[in-house]
Design a protein around this ligand. Structure first.
Ligand code: MOS
Length: 695
């Protein structure tokens, strides 16, 4: 483990762009003033399935300021004819809210007004847009998100479940959820011949350039994506979404720069959402709590356009020792938008199912739920048999129990602690998130004036990545923080992955560290002489990442919740949420804490509020704004604490970091659900825990 060497790694350095953000000097994509820019406005389908037979744009075109109305008849051709990004390439309609036309006008207002005047006729087909066990055509996909096998099995699960003295067979459901970043998706596209400049709100400028280059069949170097400041993504901006393509397509069509900004309502169908899940957990256990067999299955949905199957039962592959383990995924292809990544995809819903079931098992055994988990602590990763690079689950549970006040005196009896109108209870759940490490390139430059410039096509989606990467660069350079300028958010800086899978610091940080150390070595070879031109070196971690030993790499944590439930109305208040995490080395104590606390709040939001309501008649979501899609507000947050254990893991990667962005959401909903059961005796197996479900 490298020492901090006095360059502020680990310290709570305030965000370097903080003042620029709060004073409005930091520009978000749509705020860039591009000379001559016009505006595109989406017209979306009113039907979930069928085809567009006619588009009458006469009234729209007659409006002042309207330049054109793009449809599948006149839009420029893309390299793809079908799929989520094949905008206006065919008259087929695959989901309610799909883009069927777009108005381009001199102002945003004119485009919006004209869009309302575009008359679209359809040939409608029968649709099916609600996930259920008897949905037609359910199948098991070969692989799930992340490239994991859809089904894994070891040992005799059937025998273990049949013969175990204590058995549990329970089904949990989680609803579709919306990512809901603060900054709606937006793009400004300007073509100059076959070169495109794109100010775009995304989680990965290089990957965006690559995808857009493919769609428009130009070399990736021709697409210059600039993503300096991003107001959140939560997964919805990791892959290219329709707004980006619409801006580029419309700019191509009219020969002028085009701006696109999604309304909050449009985002509910055009930029993905989390799949609903139906999870069945079957466990067989010995009377002492040791697992004999575990089967976790998840039924989920995808669109007709794309097979996306969330990796909901893969977390179970890494959690508890058992001689027999089966994890399966099933998928229904419905007339819905394609679901995608939202805030710990797979992990957040999957660990809700598993950790709720572990609590139910603890009750079936009359055992403390922490003790149950300790008794099932594995030596190696249960599914793969690989060694862990490090595993601190038990340490997190023990430390959390001490801080939270969970000890031998806790009365497990549900529904008996009453304080005035409130029933009071506590719950616990485990957290786990895999350590993703992806290859990246970066460059480091010694300037003639003694400063350093480090460049990487990373992106700061609001997490503090810019600040943490600057700290890592300063450490590697042995320079004070204020002598290092870290530039990110531009695809032109070379290959780097998107901000996703909590992998930013592991992946970008490694490339930054490598580039900076190579620069110091280069300067050493020159006797420290920088010269008038400066000295620049580049680094690429592709081979380093490929050479990592085959270990099970995960961050762990423990979530504790104390709730009060109104005995009359069933209203749930989370009095305390306390998490203890072990995620390797923490680069910035301030931004790490806000990542963990923010994610725990998302877990609370998942537990109590968030639900998209599918409307079977129209095939869309009945709620599609922030007035009807409820997200936790300040008033929901009372006591909230995030702690982390010092964890030195020299085998995880050279930086010793595990990633911290998504870990905090995992397990939080289960801890709250388990506390609601402890308070009331009611086991709600359907998220969110609405008051009518508690009573
Ligand atoms: Mo994040 S949901 O892995 O982009």
């Amino acid at each position: 483990m490298r020492a901090g060497s006095g360059t502020a790694v680990g310290a709570g350095v305030a965000r370097l762009e903080g003042v620029a953000k709060v004073t409005g000097a930091a520009l978000y994509s749509h705020e860039y003033q591009v000379a001559g820019a016009v505006h595109a406005w989406a017209v979306t389908s009113d039907i979930p399935r069928g085809r567009v037979t006619r588009i009458d744009a006469a009234d729209a075109l007659a409006q002042p300021g309207v330049i054109t109305v793009l449809t599948s008849d006149n839009a420029p051709r893309l390299a793809e004819r079908e799929g989520d990004l094949a905008l206006l390439q065919s008259p087929r309609v695959a989901f309610h809210g799909q883009l069927v036309a777009a108005v381009v006008a001199e102002t945003s207002e004119a485009a919006r007004e004209a869009a309302a005047l575009v008359r679209v006729s359809y040939e409608k087909e029968e649709h099916d847009a609600v996930l259920r066990e008897d949905a037609p055509g359910i199948y098991e996909p070969e692989s799930v998100n992340g490239g994991f096998p859809g089904r894994r099995e070891k040992g005799d699960v059937a025998a273990g479940l049949a013969e175990a003295p204590v058995r549990l067979d329970v089904t949990y459901t989680t609803p579709p959820e919306h990512a809901a970043p603060m900054e709606p998706h937006a793009a400004v596209a300007s073509w100059d011949g076959d070169t495109l400049t794109l100010h775009d709100s995304n989680q990965g400028p290089f990957r965006t350039a690559q995808r857009v280059a493919g769609l428009f069949e130009v070399p990736v170097e021709n697409i210059r994506v600039i993503s300096e400041h991003i107001g959140g993504g939560f997964g919805s901006k990791a892959l290219v979404r329709p707004p980006t393509v619409l801006a580029a397509l419309a700019a191509r069509a009219v020969g002028r720069p085009v701006k696109v900004a999604m309304t909050r309502q449009q985002m509910f169908t055009l930029v993905t959402y989390r799949t609903p899940t139906v999870q069945r957990v079957r466990i067989g256990a010995e009377r002492d709590g040791r697992l004999r067999a575990l089967w976790h299955d998840a039924l989920q949905q995808s669109s007709r356009l794309t097979e996306y199957c969330e990796q909901t039962t893969t977390p179970t592959r890494a959690m508890y020792a058992t001689p027999a383990l089966r994890t399966t995924h099933r998928l229904a292809r419905l007339d819905v938008p394609t679901p995608g990544w939202v805030r710990a995809p797979g992990e957040a819903p999957g660990m809700y199912g598993l950790e709720s079931a572990m609590d139910e098992l603890a009750y079936a055994l009359d055992l403390d739920p922490i003790e149950l988990r300790v008794r099932n602590e594995p030596e190696v990763e249960p599914d793969s048999g690989r060694a862990f690079s490090s595993r601190s689950l038990v340490a997190c549970l023990r430390d959390g129990a001490r801080r939270f006040g969970w000890d031998g005196t806790r009365d497990r009896t549900p529904g008996v602690r009453r304080e005035g109108p409130w029933l009071v209870g506590t719950g616990v759940a485990a957290a786990r998130y895999p350590v993703h490490i992806m290859p990246s390139t970066a460059s480091a430059r010694a300037e003639p004036d003694g400063r350093f410039t480090v460049r990487i096509a990373a992106v700061d989606i609001g997490t503090g990545a810019r600040t943490a990467l600057t700290q890592l660069a300063a450490e590697a350079l042995g320079a004070p923080l204020d002598r290092v300028t870290l530039e990110l958010g531009r695809s032109a800086y070379g290959f780097a992955e998107f901000a996703g899978g909590s992998a930013g610091i592991n992946s970008w940080g490694w490339a930054v560290d490598k580039a900076c150390r190579a620069l110091i070595a280069e300067l050493g070879g020159r006797g420290g002489a920088v010269g008038p031109e400066g000295v620049e070196v580049a680094a690429d971690t592709t081979d380093d990442v490929a050479a990592l030993p085959d270990l099970a790499r995960h961050a762990f944590g423990a979530q504790f919740a104390e709730v009060r439930v109104d005995a009359v109305t069933g209203q749930v208040r989370v009095e305390r949420l306390l998490g203890v995490f072990a995620a390797g080395r923490v680069v910035n104590a301030r931004t790490a804490r806000s990542q963990l606390v923010g994610a725990m709040i998302m877990g609370l939001s998942m537990a109590l509020h968030e639900v998209l309501e599918p409307d079977p008649r129209f095939g869309d979501f009945a709620n599609h704004d922030l007035a009807t899609y409820h997200i936790a507000a300040h008033a929901d947050i009372r006591g909230i604490e995030a702690h982390w254990l010092p964890e030195e893991d020299e085998r995880v990667n050279p930086l010793g970091t595990k990633g911290i962005g998504e870990l905090g959401i995992v397990g939080a909903a289960a801890a709250i659900g388990n506390a609601v059961h402890h308070a009331t005796g009611v086991r709600v197996r359907e998220l969110p825990i609405l008051m009518e479900r508690v009573r």
